[in-house]
Design a protein around this ligand. Structure first.
Ligand code: FRU
Length: 577
């Protein structure tokens, strides 16, 4: 090889590396090494967060406000923290948007763009006001939770409290909070969590409210084992034939409940039905429907003013049962990836519709083009055998997205698990057995956060789909797993605290030996994902080393075609010939 060619090789490889970095908007080149720090999920640089609040798109920017305690890593006097993004991947933390005042702390709520200036808040600068509607919560006096307004006329850079706050109070309801507002039928509509039901209010100007109706007082309507919180009423269209020829225009009411979730703590249930501008009527069904069946998906609400009209939801990735006990140091709390909600028909004559959740399509930009593994031939995974899916990967990272399609036999069905793992035996698995999916974080190092966490190491979800083909999409970050099965019909989300990165993936057919149950991998793709959370001054830095080698698996039965391999082979060919 000539020196020229050698030099060109280096230039080519360097250019490829740069291309990977350049394809990521605002990509930070130096990833944090802080223990448990999410690498691509939003978490605050410091201190406590819980619910996402006031999610709104305005003038090219997605704004995420959130419950924030600026002085501690446990829940306390709530403020609205503020972060912005133009791509739904990288978030920039800004100054606190709303701080406590005489009416109390700033609890959860929503925000809207007042395009027709119903509030009169618009100024000469011409910007449409952004109005935040939130709960003022005070421990003092009889009226502890009331609804207040704050508005911004400088594109959410600063907010002013409305002088005549509060705008809504009810002396008889101690749990009276989390207003979620949208414009419909010529007026503003507010959904409000009151005890364990939802009340709807109407207003011409966001300042004066009158009660329209309520939903959920009937104990038959969903789960009532806890307090209802953070409602969101969303119009969604179900495409009945899948070709746009018949559309059912319906409404979905999200209601978070704590406790009472399928894993005993916090979770978000939903109701599908109709809304006529005054009253929400839900279709009845026997089982409570959960937006996500894992232990760590709570208080999810959608963006207001979303430019593509999507129902784009972000949830707090934790659970009140142990949120204050997670083993992070400088910060505590993180958000899910943004997901699009859609409605599908299960049985139209029986009025059965289901929510499906899909990762926001923007997240494809997270994929590092240099870290890609694809296999498209069928692999038969025999009972009691394991296939190391990432064994031949030319990269090693705990930041992964997996897309996998499986084929299972019916009668008998196989039991299997797909696990992110490491060489010290830690693993987090998504599995299937007895017509149920499960998420299992029991084999991680930090499992004794408190008794609730220890009691929720394994969560389960009934598989609604009945097909022999199972499609699974999985997002893995350093301390979380988000799974979208059957096109998002079943989603499961969990945080976990492994001591080493889970940077390998295997599939385990654990059907009993000699079982005639069949499990086939039809194809899979593994994407290494970019990291955007840069090293920060003062961040706790525990090295999270990546294990360089993995013992070859006797069970590996496949060839690997990674982009890196292809590029290197092409270069070698060019150099030699
Ligand atoms: C939900 C919630 C809300 C409340 C906020 C307080 O997680 O309890 O009902 O407004 O958190 O931080």
């Amino acid at each position: 090889m000539t020196l020229n060619k050698l030099a060109l090789c280096f230039v080519a490889l360097f250019a490829l590396e740069l291309e990977g970095i350049a394809s990521m908007p605002k990509q930070n080149t130096q990833c944090t090494t802080e223990e448990f720090r999410p690498r691509y999920h939003f978490s605050p640089a410091e201190h406590w967060i819980n619910d996402p609040n006031g999610l709104i798109y305005y003038d090219g920017v997605y704004h995420m406000f959130y419950q924030y305690h600026p002085n501690d890593t446990i829940w306390g006097p709530m403020h609205w923290g503020h972060a912005i993004s133009t791509n739904l991947i990288t978030w920039e933390e800004l100054d606190i948007a709303l701080a406590p005042d005489d009416l109390g702390d700033i609890f959860s709520g929503s925000s809207v763009v007042d395009t027709t200036n119903t509030t009169g808040f618009k100024t000469d600068n011409g910007n449409d006001p952004i109005v935040a509607i939130y709960t003022s919560a005070s421990e003092e006096g009889f009226l502890t939770q009331v609804q207040s307004l704050a508005y911004s006329v400088d594109k959410a850079a600063t907010f002013q409290k409305y002088v005549n706050n509060p705008v809504l109070r009810d002396e008889n309801s101690p749990d009276f909070r989390d207003p979620n507002v949208f414009y419909y039928g010529g007026k503003w509509i507010m959904s409000l969590a009151v005890g364990n039901k939802i009340e709807f209010y109407g207003s011409p100007d966001l300042k004066t409210w009158s009660k329209l109706s309520e939903f959920g007082a009937d104990p038959q309507q969903g789960n009532h084992d806890g307090v209802w919180e953070c409602p969101d009423l969303i119009p969604l269209i179900a495409d009945v034939n899948g070709d746009g020829t018949k559309l059912d225009e319906l409404w979905v009411l999200l209601v978070s409940i704590n406790p009472g979730g399928p894993n005993k703590g916090s979770a978000t249930q939903y109701f599908v039905g109709n809304f006529d501008g005054t009253t929400f009527t839900s279709f009845t069904w026997s089982n409570t429907q959960w937006m996500d069946w894992g232990p760590d998906n709570y208080a999810g609400v959608t963006f207001s003013n979303e430019p593509q009209g999507r129902a784009l939801v972000v949830s707090w990735m934790s659970n009140w049962n142990y949120a204050n006990a997670t083993p992070t140091s400088a910060w505590r709390g993180q958000m899910t990836i943004p997901r699009t909600l859609d409605l599908v028909v299960v049985n139209r004559t029986a009025d059965q519709y289901r929510l499906v959740s899909t990762p926001a399509e923007e997240l494809q930009e997270l994929r590092n083009p240099l870290h890609y593994l694809e296999y498209n031939a069928e692999i038969n995974v025999l009972p009691q055998s394991i296939i190391n899916l990432t064994e031949q990967a030319a990269f090693s990272t705990p930041l992964m997205e997996l897309e996998i399609t499986l084929n299972i036999s019916k009668n008998p069905e196989p039991s299997f698990a797909i696990c992110a793992h490491n060489t010290i035996g830690e693993e987090v698995c998504f599995g299937y057995s007895n017509a149920e999916y499960y998420l299992d974080r029991s084999k991680t190092t930090n499992t004794a956060l408190n008794t609730h966490y220890t009691g929720a190491l394994v969560s389960k979800a009934v598989r609604e789909a009945t097909e022999e083909v199972i499609s699974i999409r999985m997002f893995l970050d350093v301390s979380s797993i988000e799974v979208f099965a059957d096109g998002g019909l079943t989603t499961m989300t969990a945080i976990h605290f492994s001591s080493q990165p889970l940077d390998k993936i295997y599939i385990n057919n654990w059907s009993k030996a000699g079982s005639s149950a069949i499990l086939k991998v039809k194809n899979f793709k593994v994407y290494g994902l970019h990291c955007w959370f840069a090293e920060r001054e003062g961040a706790v830095t525990t090295p999270t080393t990546v294990t360089p080698t993995d013992p070859p698996s006797a069970a590996a039965q496949y060839q690997v075609f990674s982009l890196g391999t292809i590029i290197l082979l092409s270069l070698a060919h060019w150099v030699l010939y």
